[in-house]
Ligand binder design. Structure first.
Ligand code: AMP
Ligand code: MG
Length: 423
């Protein structure tokens, strides 16, 4: 389990702490104060380290590249052999990648060299084969060659003894390759974060059963499972819990005993909130918020037993918006990720007219696209109700509208947060 850095008592003393209307950025930074990485670590093969957070600095055991080598197919030579006009050099042999030249080399000699071939000792420059005249075992080179050109220096990628990858780094495909290039086959990572979740609501029915009037299928457990899987957390699906205080208490206790983080959906809107708040106060601690955001105004954050607790709203779009805007970063911090990069926010011309009342930060769902004229534009994905999951499904970005912003006329530049990265 991780250790909270801040206690609720300390927080409540802060002047601008208002648990009932917290601006989005402030809510993020308050949550952040309670988070510290989990302690457990394990070693794993580099392939399985993909998507895991490194639990230790990886120190390079070697120089990469290990030797000066050629960046081009051409001829390796000593720059000092070159005259101020044309120079004529004898080709003493050929260097292939993986097969260094072993003979002695004298002044006035060069070697033919292939890309990746080791540049012979005391040679310092490579000339591209297209830039010489070769005939009868000799080359002629014009003046003006820069010393060191087309030579990749030993250690220019990584120096032996330097930090190749830092603790807290999230391992991406390039990192797996980099570890391989160092000859490292195993690496220390934080153990997977365990996240238990359940849905609350008497109206929820599992897939496979017919719907009676007023009932709906539970979709939140599926989106939450999907989002957790993409983050590389171990997800523990605890099903649907009826709106019954005893059942809810038992589910919270069970979840907190097996997980680092407990996520629920539903039951935090007006009417149900007071009861959940009382329950959480008994089982742990609650930093209970109405966040000044849309969708997703009700969002509970706190602790159940030793586990962090996120009580997400019930509406399917609110679940996803609050997860992406708060839970995602929090989980990464708990997973040990450090520094935690901000998701880039870009500007795009908005082609839709957006309805927006001042007071809350809005996360409308949009499609960002490149128009025929090469400009990036964004349009809204139709109806924006917090129950309309197709508005998320059809979106590739959030359009972020600042709290104080009013209606947005078409043609305005707006902030856009992409939902998908390159990998
Ligand atoms: P609540 O926050 O419990 O009042 O729920 C708000 C709205 O979200 C209601 O219309 C619920 O029916 C709906 N809802 C709650 N949980 C789920 C769920 N797991 N899947 C789909 N819709 C839900
Ligand atoms: Mg409910």
């Amino acid at each position: 389990m991780s250790e909270a850095k801040t206690t609720l008592g300390e927080l409540s003393c802060a002047d601008d702490y208002d648990p009932n209307s917290m601006p989005v950025d402030q809510a993020r930074s308050v949550i952040r104060r309670f988070l510290a990485p989990i302690r457990g670590t394990e070693r794993c093969a580099i392939r399985t380290a993909l998507g895991r957070v490194l639990a230790e600095d990886v120190i390079s055991p070697v120089d990469v590249p290990a030797h000066d080598n050629s960046a081009m197919d051409g001829y390796a030579l000593r720059h000092a052999d070159l005259g101020s006009a044309q120079t004529d050099l004898r080709i003493a042999g050929t260097v292939f990648a993986g097969r260094p030249y072993e003979g002695e080399l004298r002044a006035g000699e060069c070697v033919r060299i292939m890309t990746g071939g080791v540049v012979p000792a005391n040679f310092d420059t490579v000339v591209m084969q297209e830039h010489v005249c070769a005939a009868d075992g000799r080359i002629t080179i014009g003046a003006g060659l820069r010393r060191g050109q087309h030579v990749r220096r030993a250690g220019e990628d990584l120096r032996r003894g330097s930090v190749a990858l830092a603790k807290g780094h999230l391992a991406m495909p390039a990192d797996i390759g980099l570890l391989a290039s160092l000859g490292i086959g195993e690496v220390g990572v934080y153990r997977k974060l365990r996240v238990a979740f359940f849905s609350t609501g008497d109206e929820l029915v599992p897939i496979g059963q017919p719907l009676a009037p007023g009932q709906i299928y539970d979709s939140n457990r599926y989106t939450i499972h999907g989002m957790l899987s993409r983050l590389g957390a171990d997800s523990i699906d605890m099903g649907v819990v009826r709106d019954d205080p005893d059942l809810l208490e038992r589910a919270l206790r069970d979840a907190s005993s097996v997980a680092d983080v407990v996520i629920t959906s539903g039951g935090v809107s007006v009417g149900e909130a007071d009861f959940v708040k009382a329950l959480l106060n008994r089982l742990g601690e609650v930093v209970f918020w109405k966040i000044a955001m849309k969708p997703g105004r009700p969002l509970a954050y706190g602790r159940v037993g030793a586990a962090h607790f996120f009580g997400l709203p019930g509406n399917p779009v609110s679940v996803m918006a609050t997860f992406y805007q708060f839970v995602r970063d929090a989980l990464f911090v708990l997973m040990g990720r450090d520094p935690m990069p901000a998701i880039p926010v870009l500007k795009a011309h908005c082609t839709s007219t957006l309805k927006k009342a001042p007071g809350r930060t809005e996360f409308q769902r949009g499609v960002v696209y490149r128009d025929d004229d090469g400009q990036w534009r964004v349009r809204v994905t139709g109806e924006q109700g917090s129950g309309i999951l197709s508005s998320m499904s059809g979106a590739n970005c959030f359009i972020i509208l600042a709290a104080d912003q009013g209606n947005v006329p078409a043609g305005t530049m707006v902030d856009v947060q992409l939902m998908e990265g390159i990998v």
